[in-house]
Ligand binder design. Sequence first.
Ligand code: HEM
Ligand SMILES: *[C@@H]1O[C@H](CO)[C@@H](O)[C@H](O)[C@H]1NC(C)=O
Ligand SMILES: *[C@@H]1O[C@H](CO)[C@@H](O)[C@H](O)[C@H]1NC(C)=O
Length: 325
Amino acid sequence: MESKGRNLFLAVVLLSITSAAFSSPHHHTGLTPYYYNYACPQALPTIRRVVKAAVKKERRMGASLLRLHFHDCFVDGCDASVLLDPTPTIDSEKLAGANNNSARGFEVIDQIKEEVNKVCGRAVVSCADILAVAARDSVVLLGGPWWNVRLGRRDSTTASRTTANMDLPAPFMDLNALTSSFQKQGLDAKDLVVLSGGHTLGFAQCFTFKDRAHNDSNIHPKFAKKLKTLCPRSGFESNSNLAKLDPTSTRFDTLYYKNLLKQKGLLGSDQALFGGGNTDELVRTYSEDTTTFWKDFAKSMVKMGNIKPLTGNLGQVRNNCRRVN
Ligand code: HEM
Ligand SMILES: *[C@@H]1O[C@H](CO)[C@@H](O)[C@H](O)[C@H]1NC(C)=O
Ligand SMILES: *[C@@H]1O[C@H](CO)[C@@H](O)[C@H](O)[C@H]1NC(C)=O
């Protein structure tokens, strides 16, 4: 009996050790969900409050904030480089192809930063962490999953439009190019498919799907016809016309994937995930299994949020997200 009890005890200890070692992605990055618990316990509730008000005012803002975190992380890591305004020494990423006249939500981040600075008494919460938390809160507010955001990122003192132009994926990319783009960030094909599910929210401008609407063959005819009316082949006036990335663009549901099965993906990069390639099965799974989509999305968001964070003495905590201190 005694030895059985001891074995059980040992087994429990071993199990805790191994599960602690394998179940904490923040272990490798130095990020932790508890980072602001002592320094500023009001930080996260304050971010949530401002995001909630902004999303209530305009539902699309939730989509825009989610995309900002993605565009931050893919360019030299999650370091708020995307938020820096152009100056003679800052090569602003806001002017990169994927962001110019497209990325939005900067005013909401400014407002969050201002209120968080106030409630914390000083600038303790980094702009990079604000982006990560605002993305999570946006997803939750629009009916999606919650995840524990790892925190403790610091902010960059530089930005790179060149890197943004190289590393942010484009809507005309095929599955190979998309896979490479994600692989460069340490993300695999599953991350690609599930994070593309972010397109269950928000809008895209005509110029991002014009080629697909007019030229692609892997597009549902009725769907293409509608898009061609919204986005005629010639003329620049219509280039900023908006189409929903999925028909329920303010609800975090699985319609994005269901539409890919019917060749109704809006962007070429969306449809590339379903059409004979090795990601078809995963698209099919997410199209019919909300629970798995949510679980995997949350997991991959944590993984994306872990890309090359600045920690320790690296970088700084900006007072104003638009400029270095
Ligand atoms: C896989 C490669 C991806 C490509 C090529 C891509 C491309 C695009 C494009 C072209 C737009 C429309 C921009 C515009 O017309 O102004 C867009 C919007 C959006 N993207 Fe992606 N995206 C990708 C992955 C992601 C990921 C990983 C996320 C987040 C997890 C995401 C979230 C969004 C959201 C929420 C919007 C709507 C933004 C709004 O309405 O303001 N995208 N994306
Ligand atoms: C960004 O957009 C503005 C306004 O449409 C345009 O004038 C400018 O040339 C664009 N900048 C770059 C670098 O593409
Ligand atoms: C479609 O393809 C043709 C021929 O390759 C090309 O000239 C055109 O620019 C493409 N895009 C659109 C929107 O028609």
